[in-house]
Design a binder for this molecule. Structure first.
Ligand code: ZN
Length: 183
């Protein structure tokens, strides 16, 4: 069986665009290192789960238009561009599984374990984790390669990140491992 490194929403709009997140810049390097390591292994695949919204998407009643399909804002940041052989799924809601080809891609590669990185720990990573959990997939999350949305609250980003990770551990049995432990 194999592992999928799932890179969630490391897109222009989520790093320095409409939903810019200063904290996201700090995870670019660890995410990039994990992706490189994953590509060098026979039993890992790299999956990008990227928002690719259409104007009618329900989520846009909660958030301003972002990562609109086909725009520059919906592209992965330059430093983390997908490589040949990577899988890219476009999503229109929080979870990478909702109405995407992710299930099919994971089945094709015999994936039984997801390593989730990217953003945001308490939203798209969390909802993707739920869907992975109900599919009986093991989940690992790297605390140094995921972030919450820094401008989203006055509470320090570190405390919110800790709470988000605790939630994943408590409810989905997620293993919390620094990215360096997986290289
Ligand atoms: Zn979105």
């Amino acid at each position: 069986m194999s592992t999928a490194l799932v890179v969630v929403d490391m897109l222009n709009d989520f790093v320095h665009g409409v939903l810019a997140n200063p904290a996201a810049r700090r995870i670019i390097t660890p995410v990039g290192r994990l992706a490189e390591a994953a590509r060098s292994r026979n039993d890992w695949i790299v999956v990008y789960a990227n928002d690719a919204h259409l104007p009618e998407d329900f989520e846009l009643r909660v958030f301003p238009p972002h990562a609109m399909a086909g725009t520059e804002g919906a592209q992965v940041v330059d430093e983390l561009r997908p490589a040949e052989g990577d899988t890219v799924v476009g999503k229109r809601a929080y979870s990478a599984f909702t109405d995407t080809d992710l299930d099919q891609a994971l089945r094709r590669h015999g994936v039984d374990h997801l390593v989730l990185v990217g953003q945001h720990t308490d939203c798209c990573v969390r909802h993707t984790s739920y869907d992975a959990f109900v599919r009986e997939l093991a989940i690992t999350v790297c605390p140094d390669a995921t972030v919450v949305f820094e401008p989203g609250s006055d509470e320090p980003v570190g405390a919110r990140q800790e709470r988000a990770l605790d939630y994943l551990k408590t409810y989905y049995g997620t293993r919390i491992e620094p990215s360096t432990a997986l290289l």
